[in-house]
Design a protein around this ligand. Structure first.
Ligand code: CA
Length: 218
């Protein structure tokens, strides 16, 4: 009887441990991570005062619904509280985790940034707003959507942007981004850095504020 109870108890503990391990590996934000350096934002679209003491970086994907939600709910707070006050600059780095559609959107954004940097953020937010909220797997990054966004938000000729995508004109810039993805072990989008600190939960604005205040105090 005692042996049976020990056997069952061991089995139950084993299952619990497995569940903990499984849950841990499936939760991307279990631990805040501190890296040796801040991601290099040279040549990347950046908004805010170039002399700002803080660098905030989003590793994002135009195909990622959470990135769209982050852009709508958290980014405006950071913009108001830290970017517009001159305390932080904000940079977006492409993290094309959803295949060809992610890459197409990223190449479009790189083309707009290279040819009309002042129009970049309008295009960026416009493209995110085109996500298909009904069907996250739909291939919504069509030539028509890119054309509409280029025409509504930039001074560029949409056909030039489509040609750039077709010819992989800004493939080198996209490679630079994916190298940064590897360098900073990006596994989930959005991943947010405050200087060299990778935020544990990008949707926890209190954590973001606390990390920003700690970094500003240093
Ligand atoms: Ca880039």
């Amino acid at each position: 009887m005692t042996k049976k109870i020990i056997f069952i108890a061991t089995a139950v503990i084993g299952v619990i441990l497995l569940l903990i391990v499984f849950n841990y590996s499936s939760n991307p934000y279990e631990e805040e991570q501190v890296f040796d350096s801040t991601p290099d934002v040279e040549g990347q679209p950046t908004i805010g005062d170039a002399d700002a003491p803080l660098t905030i970086v989003e590793f994002g994907d135009f195909m990622c619904p959470s990135c769209n939600a982050w852009g709508e709910n958290i980014y405006p707070k950071i913009l108001k509280d830290y970017i517009e006050t001159g305390e932080a600059q904000f940079t977006y780095i492409n993290t094309p985790f959803h295949g060809q559609q992610s890459e197409k959107a990223a190449l479009a954004a790189e083309s707009v940034y290279a040819n009309a940097p002042d129009d970049y953020w309008g295009f960026h937010h416009g493209l995110f707003s085109e996500q298909d909220s009904e069907n996250h797997h739909s291939e919504w990054v069509t030539d028509k959507v890119i054309t509409d966004m280029v025409e509504s938000h930039t001074s560029l000729n949409a056909q030039d942007v489509l040609s750039d995508i077709e010819n992989g004109e800004h493939g080198a810039e996209l490679n630079k981004d994916t190298e940064l993805n590897s360098e900073y072990s990006i596994q989930f989008t959005p991943t947010i850095f405050i200087n060299n600190v990778m935020i544990q939960d990008p949707f926890d604005y209190d954590e973001i504020k606390e990390t920003i205040d700690n970094e500003l105090d240093r």
